[in-house]
Design a protein around this ligand. Structure first.
Ligand code: RP5
Length: 166
């Protein structure tokens, strides 16, 4: 049983999801990852979405490029929250994917994050924030993460101020 199910439209999307894998592992959140396409394997993608809640999935993360319909198709078959990551694929470097993913019709939402590595990391963090609504220890880990992240920025700022004084 995995709390988060990640679906990508192609093996070529895998590298862009490394940040999502790393972040979910960092927080100790169980996940499954599948390669299934809205267009090339439509029946398997729909089956995954339909059975996910019964299999223990709480949140979907979907990554797809070009005519990026995967997140929308998954969302059409489940009421679980779906987070979409547009892939920066050719020929429009992800702008096509972003528009396809973000422009869902009213009634079937997809929470779309940015393309690329930041998108992978933020998709995982958003999924963790959703899970943390019902998990106090995960919520505490998120607060620690934010504190550590802020401390790193402030340390960089302190180092910059010091270097400017020299
Ligand atoms: C989409 O088309 C995939 O998500 C991928 O981003 C893009 C290109 O797929 P490949 O031709 O690399 O398999 O379906």
């Amino acid at each position: 049983m995995s709390a988060v199910t990640i679906v990508m439209g192609s093996k070529s999307d895998l590298a862009s999801l490394q940040g999502a894998f790393d972040t979910l592992r960092q927080f100790g959140v169980s996940f499954a990852a599948r390669i299934l396409s809205a267009h090339r394997t439509p029946d398997e993608a729909a089956d995954l979405a339909k059975n996910a809640a019964a299999d223990g999935t709480k949140v979907f993360i979907c990554a797809a490029g070009m005519a990026a319909h995967l997140a929308g198709v998954i969302a059409a078959h489940t009421t679980l929250p779906v987070i979409g990551i547009p892939m920066a694929s050719a020929p429009f470097n992800g702008f096509d994917s972003l528009l396809a993913m973000v422009q869902m019709p009213p009634g079937i939402p997809v929470a779309t994050v940015t393309a690329g590595g930041a998108g992978g990391k933020n998709a995982a963090l958003l999924a963790i924030e959703m899970l943390a609504l019902a998990d106090e220890s995960l919520a505490a880990k998120l607060k620690d993460f934010r504190r550590e992240q802020a401390a790193k920025v402030l340390a960089d700022d302190a180092a910059l101020q010091e270097s400017l004084r020299q």
